[in-house]
Design a protein around this ligand. Structure first.
Ligand code: SAM
Ligand code: SF4
Length: 333
């Protein structure tokens, strides 16, 4: 079958799928406290998710990242991971991975390894229990740290994703770096993005440009830029003193679109060709219209043929421009 190539000659090899909009946390930058979640009938069933992901794999997707909401709170989600592991076994899929808040890892780490998952991303913005509770509203730091420990013990490689929040976790920069070094975790910082309706004031207030964070790091460490690119918004440096690799995801200040190899599907089957644009294609209708995948594949190809060149966030004039109306929990980060 012909692989997916967009109009700018970029092969689409990386799919991120949100399997639920629900979450057991309510991180302040991601959700409001009283979220209205989608009715169940709107969500793709696990079987539909299987068909959808398998279609992408047949069309050349080599890396599949499961996200949410919190993917591990979706009922029977291990059935889905188990189903996807057949594409690893066949060699069609190179990597099956997930992004999680870590709360359910103590329960699922072993099974994830069984399903062929080797590396996971765990989101963690602070190592201070009170601060953790304030940021996540409903989360407990201990539970997440237990989960991360269980993941490591099960043999999973853990990358920590930390949202850089001015005036919130600024003073923990070196604590987090040191902790990751001691625990053997990679670490990536994410610049906070203008998603959802969290309120402009708050977000601009918390905006901590990663170039400032990087300058702070350079006060203590010798940084060497690494050339490697994942086709995504992450850039990496090596800290000479510890040998650690640190990533920076700067969707607002860095243009990474030229090498973009990814698309996203929401838990309702909306295919977003670009995180920063509103254009999307509904894949649920073709999924539900027939048991055969021909319509689905046609819809995917039509959508990829209009993948835009790049996105359009801009914090520059102290005003959030290009602000997206959907939350990260919707498109799945
Ligand atoms: N619940 C899982 C988790 O937290 O890892 C997966 C979904 S979450 C939406 C994916 C990532 O998006 C997390 O690392 C989270 O910190 C990040 N995120 C959410 N809202 C964000 C925002 N407004 N700006 C930057 N990152 C955000
Ligand atoms: Fe949940 Fe992840 Fe959003 Fe936090 S960032 S509320 S853990 S989906």
């Amino acid at each position: 079958m012909q692989t997916l190539i967009d109009p700018f000659a970029r092969p689409i090899t990386y799919l991120r799928v949100s399997v639920t909009d629900r979450c057991d946390f309510r991180c302040t930058y991601c959700m409001s406290e009283h979220m209205q979640f989608l009715p169940k009938k709107d969500l793709l069933t696990l079987e539909e998710l299987d068909r959808l992901c398998s279609a992408f794999v047949h069309m050349g997707v080599r890396k599949l990242r499961i996200t949410g909401g919190e993917p591990l709170v979706r009922r029977d989600i291990m059935t889905f991971f188990r189903a996807m592991s057949r594409h690893l076994d066949s060699g069609a899929l190179k990597e099956l991975t997930l992004t999680t808040n870590g709360s359910q890892l103590a329960r699922f780490a072993g099974e994830l390894v069984d399903c062929g998952v080797r590396r996971i991303n765990v989101s963690l913005d602070t190592l201070d229990a009170d601060r953790f509770a304030a940021i996540t509203r409903w989360g407990r730091l201990d539970q997440v740290l237990d989960g991360i420990r269980a993941a490591t013990e099960a043999g999973l490689r853990v990358k920590i994703n930390t949202v850089a929040l001015k005036g919130v976790n600024e003073d923990e920069l070196f604590t987090l770096v040191d902790w990751c070094a001691a625990e053997g975790h990679d670490l990536t910082f994410i610049e906070v993005m203008p998603m959802g309706d969290m309120g402009e004031e708050l977000r601009l207030d918390q905006y901590w440009p990663l170039k400032d964070l990087r300058a702070r790091l350079a006060e203590r460490f010798t940084l060497t830029d690494l050339a490697e690119s994942t086709g995504g918004p992450a850039r990496y440096v090596r800290l000479k003193e510890t040998g650690q690799k640190i990533g920076f995801i700067t969707p607002l200040t860095h243009n990474f679109c030229e090498s973009c190899n990814r698309v996203r599907v929401t838990c309702t089957g909306e295919l977003y060709m670009c995180l920063g644009q509103e254009d999307m294609a509904d894949l649920r209708a073709p999924l539900r219209a027939s048991a055969d995948d021909a319509l689905l594949e046609q819809a995917i190809r039509a959508a990829i043929s209009r993948k835009p060149k790049g996105h359009d966030f801009d914090y520059s004039r102290q005003k959030v421009q290009g602000q997206m109306s959907r939350n990260m929990s919707h498109t799945g980060g």
